[in-house]
Design a protein around this ligand. Sequence first.
Ligand SMILES: Cc1cc2nc3c(=O)[nH]c(=O)nc-3n(C[C@H](O)[C@H](O)[C@H](O)COP(=O)(O)OP(=O)(O)OC[C@H]3O[C@@H](n4cnc5c(N)ncnc54)[C@H](O)[C@@H]3O)c2cc1C
Length: 415
Amino acid sequence: MKYSIRALVRNALTYHERWPRMWRSPEPKSEYEVVIVGAGGHGLATAFYLAKEHGITNVAVLEKGWLGGGSVGRNTSIVRSNYLWDESAHLYEKSLKLWEDLSQELNFNLMLSQRGVLNLAHSLQDLRDLSRRVNSNRLNGIDAEILTPRQIKALEPAINISPSARYPILGASLQRRGGVARHDAVAWGFARAADARGVDIIQHCAVTGIRRSGGEVVGVETVRGFIKAKKVGVAVAGDSSVLAAMAELALPIQSHPLQALVSEPVKPVLNTVVMSNAVHAYISQTDKGELVLGAGIDPYNGYAMRGSLPVLEGNLAAVVELFPIFGRMRMIRQWAGTVDINPDASPIIGKTPVRGLYFNCGWGTGGFKATPGSGWVFAYTIAQDRPHPLNAPFSLERFTTGQLIDEHGAAAVAH
Ligand SMILES: Cc1cc2nc3c(=O)[nH]c(=O)nc-3n(C[C@H](O)[C@H](O)[C@H](O)COP(=O)(O)OP(=O)(O)OC[C@H]3O[C@@H](n4cnc5c(N)ncnc54)[C@H](O)[C@@H]3O)c2cc1C
């Protein structure tokens, strides 16, 4: 059913009891043309674009838990494209362009709010790095500008720009087209649109093995039996190394907990998204009025989706220093997800040495913004059995050739 004013009125007449389910719960078939592992944002977007752009609809998305229960439903929902290197800038900008029409395309309100993203500079070196990134963004056609402390204060009246702060604010970069989107809606919107095109989304179906015959993939073992497929795309974020080991592959990825928290709701007080690399904090306000805060990663490896208190304490101290007014806020919820970090803080999207097996991983703390773009290029790679020029530089081989794409500076929180 297409969502529209007419559908809303029609359903109001039946007390909203007859809305159809957003996606089916099919039994897995014994064979698919393509199996995608992981019903997070990236896996669902891949399935959607496989169907829409390449006409491949005999696709299953297998999810060990529930759809959207991973990082796509746990992130702080920041969307932007102001990365340093050309390769990343092109990929993230492709994604941002897709975001701009995505609610219409999926017929689902993703609540994209392009309210601007500020990256703060607290030292002369920070400011130089940001200026370099702004110049590079502009050369790539990406909107970016440098603001003075006064201009920052005009945008964010609650921020502390006192020169006597422990980490004084010397300036910031601003991407006005950056902002936030409703993360759950992104998973639900892609799932609904993929399902409508015939994709089977199968929840509670953990993949326990990747079966190979010689050098090629022949299917996946799951808790609900073997499923045959000549093409398997893996998009499991924090669990990527675990899935790679099933195919006897080693990835250079480290999995870490990353935490976030929300406050009680208050009236509008923040206009943009404010990020600071130096103090490891980023903050925005939801439409409901809650402050959403994110921290740096917990330094140890882990898959438990639980973080430690010292990281949160440091994060709250940093936020209160930037916004002393928030010292009186109460936090109501805290959680963590598992992020998959590559040595160069850039993703891997492409083929593997096993024919028919493709990996999309290593997005670390910043893959939400890439969801549509990542799904778009991954679908292309799987359908054509070769990378699109946009994701060709993000191959697994770069860790042996040395052609790394170092985005630690743009990734915004410490790795
Ligand atoms: C606290 C936090 C804040 C973040 N903030 C931002 C931000 O503001 N902006 C931004 O751009 N990015 C952010 N990120 C990063 C972003 O959320 C991730 O990079 C991105 O969501 C990962 O892709 P995904 O959505 O496909 O992952 P997920 O949603 O984690 O999807 C992977 C899925 O694979 C499933 N899976 C795993 N193993 C198996 C298996 N064996 N069989 C079947 N299924 C399996 C999992 O259950 C999961 O549902 C943040 C992450 C966290 C944790």
